[in-house]
Ligand binder design. Structure first.
Ligand code: PNW
Length: 491
């Protein structure tokens, strides 16, 4: 069943920004070329290779450092309005500190930006997508309150060099993955595994760093450059498993632990961490013999400094969960975020599965997530800055499951627009296959396949690339559309 005719006629506005997203460490390669410094993913993959599937790493990745013209050509093939990419901090500042700028790093991003601007593709820059300069990690990384200074100094270099042509800046990609997975678990660099403590320290320092960069832009660059600055937070959806009050409370606490902890300080009217979560962590910390809450509170001054520091809200949305107060509860380390939240999460049996254990197609979940945020946080301007579907590397170019997922996302987005939510753009993850962190090259998200056994890293469009191109061009979803051939052209 392909839905009603009426559904087919629902359209995206002409000025809706359709694009794709990538991140520096996942695509660039050239890990030690032309003066680039080492970052925490170089360090992790080289010194602790067994934490990555097949011991893969991003040394070469899709080699976008040498293939950026082909990347922009693919954007033109797809007819994209925008492209979201991240800067490698240690390519620009090899030690992380701003006293030493690497001219070759600036030149690489200038070339990429100029190539995009030449073809009217709007650049959207993420300043930080998980690849901290290793030297700054050794000085404490996001555990250090100095992170705010380091990040502000780096942001100044970025705004000064690229802000004449780039009008959309995202400070951080996904604080949850940085803080929970990097500091509160042993999955992502720097695999600190300081469960229940590291996550919260990182959260506070990261939020202050974000606010410093925002205020810097606001005070010193906005008037002359006229751009916008926001942040991207991963917001998956959490539905109570039943209608019981206990499950509703559990689902809300899970939302606060997974994203509210980063959203509330910036987007709420009162600022600071979400109340129920912070009460819970304080209570558990006391029971566990801590002298103070493991969640460092903001002073009133800090709350005011962080509150309202956004021009838009970037949402990475992939999936949904059911949450129960009593069922599917696993044993978590004590202390830890998930022990603090103390709820079970699982998927409904009929939600289609991808190649990634964490990614299923949950019904209308973009709409559910954005409606919640829209109501709770006073109708901000939203961009979906990532959304996509993984398949195993050995699948061919006919990626019908990915097409099903993207079409479902489009319907859910149209539901947002119909209900008056101010969502202005959508970036598909990803333009091309890339280094999928702990899963290496085993899980693929690309609209274009990348041949990682070929030194040229040849890119070939999948069927989903043609389908996405059709949506971008016509601004609606045509369920009968089939590409005539697999040969891609620039219209
Ligand atoms: C994002 N989850 O991470 C990242 O921003 C990308 O770098 C990454 O390649 C992409 O998603 C696909 O994994 C996520 O648990 C990690 O829901 C985990 C989740 C969502 C996004």
């Amino acid at each position: 069943c392909h839905g009603s005719t009426l559904k087919h006629q629902r359209r995206f506005p002409d000025d809706f920004l359709f694009g794709t997203a990538t991140a520096a460490y996942q695509i660039e390669g050239a890990w030690n070329e032309d003066g680039k410094g080492e970052n925490i993913w170089d360090y992790l993959t080289h010194n602790n290779p067994t934490v990555i599937k097949n011991q893969d790493n991003g040394d070469i990745a899709a080699d976008s450092y040498h293939n950026y013209k082909r990347d922009v050509e693919m954007m033109r093939e797809l007819g994209l309005d925008a492209y979201r990419f991240s800067l490698s901090w240690s390519r620009i500042l090899p030690t992380g500190l701003a006293n030493q700028v690497n001219p070759a790093g600036i030149e690489y991003y200038n070339n990429l930006i100029n190539e995009m601007v030449k073809y009217n593709i709007t650049p959207m820059i993420t300043l930080y997508h998980w690849d901290l300069p290793q030297k700054l990690q050794e000085l404490g990384g996001f555990s250090s309150p100095l992170m705010g200074e380091w990040f502000e100094d780096y942001a100044r270099v970025v705004f000064e060099n690229f802000g004449d042509r780039v009008k959309m800046f995202i400070t951080f990609n996904e604080p949850r993955e940085i803080c929970y997975e990097g500091y509160g678990s042993d999955t992502k660099a720097p695999i600190l595994n300081a469960t229940g403590v590291g996550t919260y320290l990182c959260a506070k320092n990261l939020l202050i760093a974000h606010a410093r960069a925002y205020h810097l832009y606001d005070k010193e660059f906005r008037a002359t450059q006229g751009g916008q600055c926001g942040i991207t937070i991963s917001v998956n959806w959490f539905t109570p498993a039943t209608e019981s009050a206990e499950d509703e409370i559990a689902a809300e606490l899970m939302r606060q632990g997974e994203f509210g902890i980063y959203v509330h300080p910036i987007f709420s009217t009162e600022g600071g961490f979400p109340k129920e979560l912070s009460d819970r962590i304080a209570e558990k910390s006391a029971q566990q013999g801590f002298a103070r809450s493991r969640l460092p509170e903001f002073t009133e001054e800090e709350k005011a400094f962080v509150r309202g520091t956004f021009d838009f809200f970037g949402v990475n949305h992939y999936t949904g969960h059911l949450v129960s107060a009593t069922e599917h509860k696993e044993i978590h380390p004590v202390p830890s975020l998930l022990d603090d939240v103390d709820a079970g999460q699982f998927y409904a049996d009929d939600w289609p599965a991808s190649a990634s254990a964490w990614l299923v197609l949950a019904p209308d979940s973009i709409f559910q997530a954005l409606s919640y945020l829209d109501k709770k946080y006073n109708k901000p301007v939203f961009y979906i800055t990532e959304n996509g579907w993984s398949m195993y590397e050995d699948r061919d170019l006919i990626d019908d499951d990915r097409i099903t997922y993207y079409r479902a996302s489009m319907e859910s987005l149209l539901n947002c627009l119909d209900s008056g939510i101010n969502v202005k753009g959508y970036m598909a993850w990803s333009l091309m296959d890339n280094f999928e962190w702990n899963q290496g090259y085993n899980e693929r998200f690309g609209l274009y396949r990348v041949d990682f056994s070929d030194p040229a890293r040849t890119r070939t469009p999948r069927k989903s690339a043609f389908v996405y191109k059709h949506i971008v061009k016509h601004r609606y979803v045509d369920y009968d559309y089939q590409p005539e051939s697999m040969t891609m052209t620039i219209d």
